[in-house]
Design a protein around this ligand. Structure first.
Ligand code: FES
Length: 126
């Protein structure tokens, strides 16, 4: 069985192959929702699309460019590229950025929950 290591929470769980990351995290008591850089995280835990890949608020970083996870779905790719309702701009970690509700686990993975959003881009003040 694959092992999922949640780096920030310092927690490891074993899941069946093909398990959904969001579901596995919730079963382990880990909140994948962060609001906008922590603002609204408490509300976001309850106000989200419940795993339909529409709200984009369950984003996580999967180390090693997301290997050992199923490929991104079309819905996930569209949601991660859309700036609405919030800018999801994490350019340098693009391949590692996943929606946990759309990410199925195929092997051992390391997960960083609640990655910070770069709200204004690198050149905002230039
Ligand atoms: S729960 Fe809404 S995109 Fe994952």
């Amino acid at each position: 069985m694959p092992t999922v290591k949640f780096v920030n929470e310092k927690k490891e769980i074993e899941v069946p192959e093909g398990a959904n990351l969001r579901t596995a995290a919730m079963k382990a008591g880990i909140n994948v929702y962060n609001g906008i850089n922590g603002f609204g995280a408490g509300i976001n835990k309850f106000v989200n699309c419940k795993g339909w890949g529409m709200c984009g608020t369950c984003r996580v970083l999967v180390k090693n460019k997301g290997e050992n996870c199923a490929p991104k779905t079309t819905i996930e790719k569209l949601r991660l590229s859309a700036p609405i309702p919030e800018p999801t701009v994490i350019k340098k970690d693009d391949e590692e950025l996943r929606l946990s509700c759309c990410c199925n686990i195929e092997g051992d993975v390391e997960i960083i929950t609640k990655p910070a959003l770069d709200m204004w881009g690198e050149n905002f003040f230039s």
